[in-house]
Design a protein around this ligand. Structure first.
Ligand code: PBG
Length: 335
């Protein structure tokens, strides 16, 4: 029923409060601030390397020295945190590079914490970039096709998260969608003395066509099959709440919804139901669509980007993970 059904507020004229920028700011319900932003970055071995990613204008695979430069620019603009993805030199069937003591992410974390100690470093914990087959878990080939093995994968994920924490990661972010991984990671972190390291879990991560450009960036496209046996069906909202409940029970400190813009209903339900710190990941194709339309001159890049992020905040997201974080922080500063 409408608030006005009984004609209780006959004198209410909404435009009274839209007359000036000052009035509009006074009654604005949602704020967008650089403090909410996280910038995803891709690191691979090398020196002075900036390898552009085709479908993600402005985003590059970076060697560690260039990574520090990029992160420093983000920090300078006011971005408080980065989310690291690694591309290893070699991939295998047990994702050795993911948990190698001197793996690419582990090296990058040490360097970032040394060069930019004030910057929060979050690491993506997944195996797909390190697997020769590109899946997020161990694979057993069977007559009827391949199966992704859940429980044997947990040990590797826990090892990966622990190796990131050992290198100095401030937060670990499992994105694999295996059942039980938050508990396995929490136990391993606690066992090794990292009980203060928070877990940001990709709790409601959907099997999405919006990840297309990322798979080029992380060189992590599955060689066969797809991720539908572990990532969520785009049609399901109640299940997303069960996934989030499970991750919270297992020890997640921050829960994430991914993708963001096409899943605002999920963000809203997750925030309303659990009241937990909630992150929204504006994924690679969200970025690509805005960039492509802007390059054509069809949309205003800055306005569309800010409006999209504001919508995620309005839906209930506390944290915004976006490839545009540095630009956004600069735009917000100038406003
Ligand atoms: C790894 C991972 C993916 C993304 C983040 N972590 C890809 C996938 O699940 O296929 C996607 C991010 C993006 O599209 O920007 N599992």
């Amino acid at each position: 029923m409408s608030l006005f059904a009984a004609g209780r507020f006959p004198a209410y004229r909404p435009r009274r409060l839209r007359q000036s920028p000052v009035l509009r700011a006074l009654v604005r319900e949602t704020q967008l601030d650089p403090a909410h932003l996280v910038l995803p970055l891709f690191v691979r071995s090398g020196r002075k390397l900036r390898r552009p990613i085709g479908a993600m204008p402005g985003v590059c695979q970076l060697s560690p020295d260039e990574l520090v430069k990029e992160a420093a620019q983000a920090a300078e603009a006011g971005v408080p945190a980065v989310l690291l993805f690694g591309i290893p030199d070699r991939k295998d069937a047990k994702a050795s590079g993911a948990y190698a003591r001197n793996g690419i992410v582990q090296q990058a974390v040490r360097l970032l914490k040394q060069e930019l100690p004030g910057l929060l470093v979050i690491t993506d914990v997944c195996l797909c970039e390190y697997m020769d087959h590109g899946h997020c878990g161990l694979v057993r080939r069977e007559a009827r096709g391949a199966r992704i093995l859940n429980d044997p994968t947990l040990k590797l994920l826990a090892r990966t998260a622990a190796s990131h924490a050992e290198a100095g990661a401030d937060v670990v972010a499992p994105s694999d969608m295996m059942d039980g991984r938050v508990r396995a990671i929490r136990q391993e972190l606690d066992r090794l003395g990292f009980s203060e390291t928070p877990i940001m879990s990709y709790a409601a991560k959907f099997a999405s066509a919006f990840y297309g450009p990322f798979r080029e960036a992380a060189e992590s496209a599955p060689r066969f099959g797809d991720r539908r046996s572990y990532q969520m069906d785009a049609a399901n909202a109640a299940e997303a709440l069960r996934e989030v409940a499970l991750d919270i029970e297992e020890g997640a400190d921050i829960v994430m919804v991914k993708p963001a813009l096409a899943y605002l209903d999920i963000i809203h339900r997750v925030k309303t139901r659990f009241g937990y710190p909630t992150a929204a990941y504006a994924v690679s194709a969200e970025h690509a669509m805005i960039k492509a339309a802007a390059a054509q001159g069809w949309i205003d890049e800055q306005a569309v980007t800010l409006e999209s992020l504001l919508a995620m905040r309005r839906a209930g997201a506390d944290i915004l993970i976006t490839y545009a974080a540095t630009d956004v922080a600069r735009w917000l500063r100038r406003k």
